[in-house]
Design a protein around this ligand. Sequence first.
Ligand code: B12
Ligand code: SF4
Length: 476
Amino acid sequence: MQPVDIKRKYKIRFVNPRSPLSTITLPEVIEKMTFSRKALFMPLNLAICAALVPENWDAEIIDECATDEPHQPKADCDIVAIGAMTTQAPRAYEIADGYRKLGIKVFLGGIHPSALPDEALEHADAVAIGDAESTLPYMISDFEKGELKQKYNWRDFPPADIATPRKDLLNPKDYLVFNPIQTTRGCPHNCSFCTTPAIFGRKFRQRKIDDIIEEIRQAKEQFGTNFFIFSDDNFAGNRKWAYELCQWMVPLKIKWASQCDILISESDKLLAAMRDSGCIGLILGLESPRQNTLFEAGKRFVDADSYLWRIKKISSYKISLWGAFIFGFDSDDWRSCRDTCRFAQRADLAMACFPILTPYPGTEMFRRYESQGRILTRDWTKYNGASVVFEPKNFTEKELRHAQMSAFCEFYHPRSAFRRLKIIPFKKRAWLANLASFFGLWFYFNKKNRIMPKFSDFRDPFAPGWYYHEESDRRL
Ligand code: B12
Ligand code: SF4
C-alpha cells in the first residue's frame, strides 16, 4: 500500500449501524415513550473515536439509528470506521462490505469486533480490539504510512486517558439521552455472562476528574441540561475515587443516574456523598435473588440473602433503584422467575427489567454453552435479551419468553406500581416511567389482540393469556 499525502486533508467517516432498540416493544411505542426522538442514546463510542482523530483529518459521524433511510456507502472518504455491539454486527458487516466494494478502507471496532476479531476481519481491513484510545490513533497513523495491519489490540499499546467525546458532530434533537458521560471503564468483578470483564479484563479505569467536571459544565452551559447519565458499568468500582468525584460534583448542582454493584450498600459515607452530589437513580445488576443462580452466574461477590437489606439501605438515601434481573439460567424455572418478579415488587424497586439470558461471544457463558452444543443461533441480531438464542434447561423457548413477558406485565401493572411507589412522597419520575412501561406493554398486546400474560398461565395450558398457543411448545 502507498503512503498517503500528509499535506492533503483526509476524511474519516464513523458509522453507528442501525439497531432496533428492542424487540419487546414496538418501534412506535418507543417513539411515543421517547417523546418522538429518533434514538434513545447518542453513540458515545463514536463521539469518543472522533476526538482521537489527528488534526489533518476531518471526522464525520453517521448514526443510522437517527436517520430515516439506511446509510448508502459513498466513495467520498478515506476511511470508514464502524462500531458495533453484538446486535449491530450484521448491519455493521453489510455497511463494511458496501464500502470495501467501493475501495474504501474499513475499520471495525467496539464490543463485538473485540470479541470476535477474526469474524470482523472478513469484512474489514483492520479491527480494533478494546479501547479506541489505545488503538485508533495507531491505526490512522499506520494507514498514513501505508503500513496498515489487520489487528490492533489495546493491550499491545501504552494505556491512554479516557477521551472527551466530540458531541458537536451530532444533533442533540435526535436523542432522548444526548449527554451520557463516562466516568469510569470496566468492572472489578467477573460475572460469567458479562462482556465487560470478558473483553476489557477486570482492570478498573477512572477518567481524569477535571475532564469529567469540564464535560458536565460545558453540557450545562451549552444545552441547559441538569440531568446526566453516567454510562459506566460500575460507577463505584473504586469507592475511594467515586467519593472524591462526588465531592467535586456537589457545587455543580446536577442530578445524575448510573449503574453500579450492590456493594455500595456497605459504605454510608459514599452513599451520602452520592446523594449530596445529585444521584437520584441507580441500576443494580441483581440477576436473581437465589444463591444457586448467582453462583451459576459467577456473581460470587455478594450473598443473595443480603439483597433485601442492601436495597433498603441504598433506597434510604433517596436513590431510586432499577433492578436488572436475568431469566433462563439452568437453575431457573418458571416458578423461580415468578419469585424473582415478586422479590422485585417486595423490595419496592422503582423499576425492573427481566432480559433473557444471552451468552454473548467472548464470555465464559458462551464458551460453556458452545461446548455443550446449546447455542441455537449465530444470528447476532437476536442477541438482544428478548430472544432465546441457546437451549434452556427447564423451559421451552416459548415458555421462557412467556415468563419474561409475565414478569414485565406483573411488575408494571398499576396495582404493583401503587404498592411499590406509593403516593406520598410522590415520585413523579418513577410513576411516569412505570406508567409509560405499562402503557407500552398494554399497547403491544392490544395491537396483537392478545391478553397480557401472567405467571398463573403456567398452571393452565389452556389459559387465554398464553403468549404462544402451539400445544407442542408447552412443557409444564
Ligand atoms: C448506554 C448503554 C446502552 C444504551 C445505548 C447504547 C449505545 N449504542 O450507545 C441502550 C440503553 C440503548 C443500550 C441497549 C442495549 N445494550 Co447496552 N450498554 C450501554 C452501556 C452501559 C454504555 C455504552 C457506552 O456508551 N459505552 C461507552 C463507550 C465509549 O464504550 P464502548 O462502546 O465499549 O466503546 C469503546 C470501545 O469498545 C471502542 N470502540 C467502540 N466502537 C468503536 C469503533 C471503532 C472504529 C474503534 C476503533 C473502536 C471502537 O472504543 C470505545 C472507547 O474506548 C454499555 C456498557 C459499556 N461498558 O459500554 C452497555 C452494553 C454495550 N450494552 C449491552 C447490551 C447487552 C445491550 C442490550 C442488548 C440490552 C438489552 N437486553 O436490551 C441493548 C441492545 C439494543 C440494541 N438493539 O442494540 C452490552 C453489550 C454486549 C454485547 N456483546 O453487545 C454492554 C457491553 C453491557 C454489558 N456489560 O454487557 N445499551
Ligand atoms: S458486576 Fe455487572 S458489570 Fe461487573 S462483571 Fe458483573 S455484570 Fe458485569
